[in-house]
Design a protein around this ligand. Structure first.
Ligand SMILES: NC(=O)C1=CN([C@@H]2O[C@H](COP(=O)(O)OP(=O)(O)OC[C@H]3O[C@@H](n4cnc5c(N)ncnc54)[C@H](OP(=O)(O)O)[C@@H]3O)[C@@H](O)[C@H]2O)C=CC1
Ligand SMILES: N[C@@H](CC=O)C(=O)O
Ligand code: NA
Length: 371
């Protein structure tokens, strides 16, 4: 197989999503090989360790053991990027972390010709300036053919085709007037299980622990409960829709973090103390039940007024949002073309495998663009 048919893959972050991604990479590698494209895993990295053997291909099924047993202390991330930029083949960097510093270096990575696929929301929902720099440095932005490509489907709705759908609506000339729905797998799971239609449900704090165990929450679940994870997703969608949203804190975001726990120092301490506030959530449940309703955590973007909001809302039991199950997201695109019947996307919005699917799908898009 000629060198030009070879593409190097470097994986940073091997938690819930990263592990599932490695499994899917193995499957994709076998498929691509039949099409004469060789995907070679050449680097794996976690927070403190890195395994890299001068671009020698790693056995994907052994990569995690190699990292943990034979990996070296991770060098500064910038050094790793400089090494990857010298690769004899095209490189795709898969960022499966939620690291802000890695996210901030995307423009530099792309301008060195390295492509990026990622579920990390940080870069795309930070300042508008960083957003502009990323797409000014990307071959699928305005950066030119020597730059890398960037795709981030799993930053909204995990593997659900939310970003690709919104882009296609816009690129084919539709006018998006409103985007609304449930954008968090964690929040969906919490309210569906703590406040199900018809009554009952577990303690709120116990459901938060379950959501973490199921791999739905951010590494620190406070990033879900403070509404910021949903605010980041809405910032990303609003920007794709053409709104110059400056940051995920530039519009109203309702937090579910009890005032008394705002200053606790760690996620573990937060989870330990959260049961003390279950009564407050029970009150919320009872007051909605008195009106025959349930509460859900939703978000919306109104394009004409440029209004974005994130928070709790009450719904009748018959509403599709009230009837969601598990970690399901539901996202409605109201557009000129779709008229009074919105285009609706629904399905699991969190979890390792479904999130990795969006990342692997993005990797495939880059592979096709590079060939
Ligand atoms: N889980 C989900 O359902 C979804 C997640 N996402 C996004 O996917 C990303 C990963 O989530 P998830 O897998 O659940 O998170 P995890 O906490 O399970 O895994 C994070 C991984 O990133 C590694 N990591 C953290 N910081 C660094 C760093 N500076 N350098 C190298 N590696 C680092 C961690 O290292 P170590 O192993 O050493 O701790 C770990 O392997 C996040 O951005 C999240 O927002 C998006 C959609 C859905
Ligand atoms: N924590 C997030 C993970 C996916 O983006 C969520 O619960 O939706
Ligand atoms: Na998605």
């Amino acid at each position: 197989m000629s060198g030009s048919n070879k593409i190097f893959v470097a994986v940073v972050g091997v938690g819930g999503v990263g592990k599932a991604f490695l499994g899917q990479l193995e499957h994709l590698r076998a498929r691509m090989q039949r099409q004469n494209v060789l995907l070679e895993l050449v680097l794996v990295r976690r927070s403190k360790k890195q395994y890299f053997d001068n671009f020698a291909p790693l056995d994907i099924s052994q990569a995690l053991q190699n990292l943990d047993n034979s990996g070296n202390a991770a060098p500064p991330f910038g050094e790793t990027v400089d090494t990857l930029a010298k690769a004899p083949n095209k490189v795709i960097l898969v960022d499966n972390t939620s690291d802000q510093e890695i996210a901030a270096s995307y423009p530099k990575i792309l301008s060195k010709g390295i492509s990026i696929v990622t579920p990390n929301k940080k870069a795309f929902s930070d300042t508008y300036d960083l957003w502009s720099q990323i797409f000014a440095s990307a071959a699928n932005g305005t950066g030119g053919p020597k730059c890398g490509y960037v795709f981030h489907e799993s930053t909204v709705g995990a593997g659900l085709p939310v970003i690709s759908t919104l882009k296609e609506l816009i690129e084919t000339g539709d006018e998006v007037t409103k985007i609304e729905g449930v954008f968090s797998g964690t929040m969906s799971f919490l309210f569906n299980s703590f406040m199900p239609v018809g009554g009952g449900g577990g303690k709120f704090s116990a459901e938060v622990k379950k959501a973490k165990e199921l791999g739905y929450t951010e590494p620190d679940p406070r990033d879900d409960l403070n509404g910021l994870d949903v605010a980041r997703k809405l910032t990303i969608l609003a920007r794709i829709a053409g709104l110059k949203v400056q940051s995920p804190t530039s519009f109203p975001v309702e937090s579910l973090i009890p005032k008394e726990l705002e200053s606790v120092s760690s996620g573990d301490e937060f989870l330990e103390k959260l049961p003390q506030f279950d009564d407050q959530m029970e009150e919320l449940k009872l007051s909605a039940a008195k009106e025959g309703k349930v509460v859900r955590f939703v978000g919306s973007i109104d394009a004409p007024s440029q209004a974005v909001r994130v928070g709790l809302e009450k719904f009748d039991a018959s509403h599709p949002i009230a009837a969601l199950k598990g970690s399901d997201n539901i996202i409605s695109f109201h557009t000129k073309r779709y008229g009074s019947n919105a285009l609706i996307i629904q399905g699991a919005g969190a979890g390792g495998e479904v999130t990795a699917m969006g990342v692997t799908g993005d990797l495939l898009k880059v592979v096709r663009l590079l060939h």
